[in-house]
Design a protein around this ligand. Structure first.
Ligand code: KG4
Ligand code: ZN
Length: 349
């Protein structure tokens, strides 16, 4: 006899995932914990590039235009013709993120949940980033450390078990991706600057410029990137007074300084927790120098999500939602977006 959850068969558990926390609209259909039936993304990066950064009001309008066509497409590609009968769960990013952007995803997901009578789970975006690794690596088991590094986050999380997370350290000012973007802007490079610096750095000398070590002045496993960013901008201005900035060398040296900070904190986190499984996630986890440094390090077992799952996507949200549902979590239909949604216990070890 087939096991039933409501009217839906448990042997084919389909989760519809929706992500709209910043400037990417993404929808996915996941079967079980990690089988991707479909996923798509509508990136607004080029539209915001003209403004040198994400314009929140513009972002929410673009989410609104994209979300229904993307959902239709994702369901069709997954072969879901009757969502009310075939979907087991809807998972949506609830926060943190931009209010207007989150609102579009959460309200759309709630409308689907009500219309199709499907349970809904609100997902913390950070937990989503952690689950990008769970989707990509079946062999990755709890506990593990996950460093989430993006344009809005630089955090080290100890993932003890599904739903049991401890925040070990976070940035006190700029996120690593933000530092990449701001330094790139001063260099006259297009937005977002991280991937451009990554590309130019490949032709540069990483020891050409020196940057001050900032971490010794920062408590625990926390980070700071504003000092590094200011030092970089001062050097650029100084070099410009004397002539041209050797852009490739500068990018390689600045990138190496950022990566050194990230790796130092990972080494300390491994030493302090004794946990040797290390995962990374977020846009900066697509950085080649950072990936190489994490992958080749002998102090831990490295887990890197494929580059397409480093940046924001609905697959990771569906996977985190599935895990939350399996541990008994359900969201109420009155759930709203929460731009400052908390995550894990704060603890500086
Ligand atoms: O995760 P994400 O798509 O969005 C946020 O939640 O912020 O990350 C975007 C950030 C941007 O700051 C971008 O410059 C950075 O990730 N990024 C990179 C690379 N690819 C994206 N930074 C360094 N190297 C890269 N290859
Ligand atoms: Zn993100």
């Amino acid at each position: 006899m087939q096991l039933l959850f409501g009217m839906r068969p448990l042997d084919r558990f389909l989760t519809l995932g929706i992500e709209s926390s910043c400037d990417d609209t993404s929808v996915a259909v996941l079967e079980g914990p990690r089988t991707i039936l479909s996923w798509n993304i509508s990136s607004q990066t080029e539209r915001h590039a003209a403004f040198g950064g994400v314009v929140p009001e513009y972002a929410s309008r673009m989410h609104l235009e994209a979300i229904l066509p993307l959902t239709r497409e994702a369901l069709a590609e997954a072969g879901v013709s009757e969502p009310a009968k075939e979907l087991s769960l809807i998972a949506v990013t609830r926060g943190p993120g931009l209010m207007g952007s989150l609102l579009v995803g959460v309200m759309t997901a709630k409308a689907f949940a009500q219309a199709w009578n499907v349970p809904i789970v609100g997902v913390n975006h950070l937990e989503g980033h952690i689950f990008a690794n769970v989707v990509d690596h079946e062999e990755l088991k709890f506990p593990f450390l996950c460093m989430v590094v993006s344009g809005g986050h630089t955090e080290i999380v100890l993932a003890r078990a599904s739903g049991d997370y401890q925040m070990l350290g976070a940035t006190q000012d700029d996120a690593a991706g933000e530092a990449f973007d701001k330094v790139a802007k001063v260099l006259g490079l297009p937005y977002p600057g991280g991937p451009v610096i990554d590309r130019l750095a490949k032709q540069g000398n990483a020891t050409a410029f020196h940057f001050p070590a900032v971490l010794p002045n920062i408590e625990g496993l926390n980070f700071s990137f504003s000092g590094l960013k200011t030092a970089a901008i001062n050097q650029i201005n100084h070099l410009r007074q004397k002539g041209d900035v050797p852009v490739e060398d500068f990018c390689a040296s600045f990138q190496a300084a950022v990566v050194r900070n990230l790796i130092t904190r990972l080494e300390q986190a491994v030493e302090q927790t004794g946990v040797r499984n290390v995962a990374i996630s977020g846009g900066v986890a697509a950085n080649s120098a950072f990936r190489d440094a994490v992958a080749s390090h002998h102090g831990w077992n490295a887990f890197l999500p494929s580059k397409m799952f480093c940046t924001d996507n609905a697959v990771m949200v569906a996977a985190a939602g599935y895990a939350a549902f399996m541990r008994g979590e359900r969201s109420d239909i009155s759930m709203g977006p929460d731009p400052a949604l908390d995550f894990g216990e704060d603890e500086v070890i």
